[in-house]
Ligand binder design. Structure first.
Ligand SMILES: Cc1cc2nc3c(=O)[nH]c(=O)nc-3n(C[C@H](O)[C@H](O)[C@H](O)COP(=O)(O)O)c2cc1C
Length: 341
């Protein structure tokens, strides 16, 4: 069985989760600026959409985003293989298969989290994707579905998929409940069990394991590195993006830059996008949390979100938001624990 290429460990320590409607190319460019060493993920794109849809838009990718993974949804090996090849040709560094999304739409299409019940199909899909492209093929999964709390079944899923050629697993460390919970509740209600991901890493040391789910602080993220290759942050990265910068500096070194400095570094990108017809609001919606928790953070958010919808909104709005925010005295960021691995 062909095996997918191994990803360099220092590229796995810090990553930003795939998030539909959030981690588009503008968001990823912003996150890259904050965290030069983070691994970034697209929103999930269905294999059919990659093959038949508006590929230019769906696979839009800025050169600064690397390393960046395309996340695919689907369950037909042949289609996934074609989509994986197209993704690799478009420049993505990794193709990730979604085995964790619990939405009704996804269940109706028989992909996402319900694939946790079909390890043979997932293994066949991974094998077809590995065959079709020359970048690593990885899987993002849950611990199980519904009330299945059998660690042995979880590990058997991983083993079978690994035999299909997958070397790296992102473990969203809770079950998906396919009945009665919304996708949002499915990110909050089923209890987290990080110990399953740690145990998996202990028992299968040749596999690379990332932990995801509920990581909200730098301390929590750092603690996971004692046990697995990396910490993947979703909502915390999006809502409090400066955390990404603090983690990147703490784990990889470099100077801590101020929020304002980081924001201004985005100006050339924003100007270029505006010149090519993109509306400011499509970029600034990802920036709203930059000053979250800081004095002036609410004003920053308010000025940007109210002004970005107005016709002709341009970079001067961002400067205005910054000026309002800077009129509040900003406290300094606390220091962070160092990563040990
Ligand atoms: C708005 C939103 C959209 C999401 N879309 C996806 C997706 O497309 N693919 C996926 O695998 N997970 C998706 N997720 C789940 C996240 O990748 C992640 O597994 C989950 O939010 C738990 O991590 P966190 O607690 O750090 O947010 C989404 C989460 C959110 C909040």
């Amino acid at each position: 069985m062909p095996s997918t290429a191994v990803i360099a460990p220092d590229q796995l320590r810090l990553s930003v989760a795939p998030m539909m409607d959030w981690t588009d190319t503008h968001c990823r460019v912003f996150h890259r600026l904050l965290a030069p060493h983070a691994r970034l993920y697209t929103e999930m794109v269905h294999a059919n959409a990659v093959i038949h849809g508006d590929r230019g838009r769906l696979l839009a990718l800025d050169p600064v985003e690397h390393p960046v993974a395309l996340q695919l949804g689907g369950s037909e090996p042949e289609l996934l293989a074609r989509a994986a090849r197209l993704g690799a040709e478009a420049g993505f560094d990794e193709i990730n298969l979604n085995c964790g999304c619990p939405s009704d739409r996804v269940q109706a299409g028989r992909f996402g989290a319900c694939l946790m019940r079909e390890p043979t199909l997932v293994a066949a899909s991974v094998a077809a994707m590995v065959e079709a492209c020359d970048v690593p093929v990885t899987v993002k999964c849950r611990l199980g579905v519904d009330d299945d709390h059998d660690y042995g079944r979880f590990r058997a899923f991983i083993d079978e998929v690994a035999a299909g050629g997958c070397r790296m697993f992102v473990v969203h460390a809770r079950n998906a409940w396919l009945q009665g919970l919304s996708p949002k509740e499915n990110r909050e209600v089923p209890p987290l069990r990080y110990d399953w991901a740690y145990r998996l890493k202990r028992e299968r040391p040749d596999l690379q394991v990332l932990v995801n789910g509920g990581i909200a602080t730098a301390e929590e993220a750092t603690a996971h590195l004692q046990h697995v290759e990396g910490a993947m942050l979703g909502r915390a990265a999006y809502h409090t993006p400066y955390l990404l910068h603090r983690l990147d500096v703490a784990w990889f070194g470099g100077e801590l830059r101020s929020r304002a400095e980081l924001l201004r570094a985005l100006q050339p990108y924003v100007e270029a996008q505006l010149a090519s017809g993109v509306f400011l609001k499509h970029i600034t919606r990802h920036l709203l949390g930059l000053f979250a928790g800081e004095r002036g953070g609410r004003a920053f958010r308010q000025v940007l979100s109210e002004g970005a919808h107005r016709p002709g909104a341009d970079w001067s709005l961002v400067e205005r938001a910054l000026a309002v925010t800077e009129s509040f005295a900003a406290p300094t960021a606390p220091s962070l624990p160092q990563a040990s691995g």
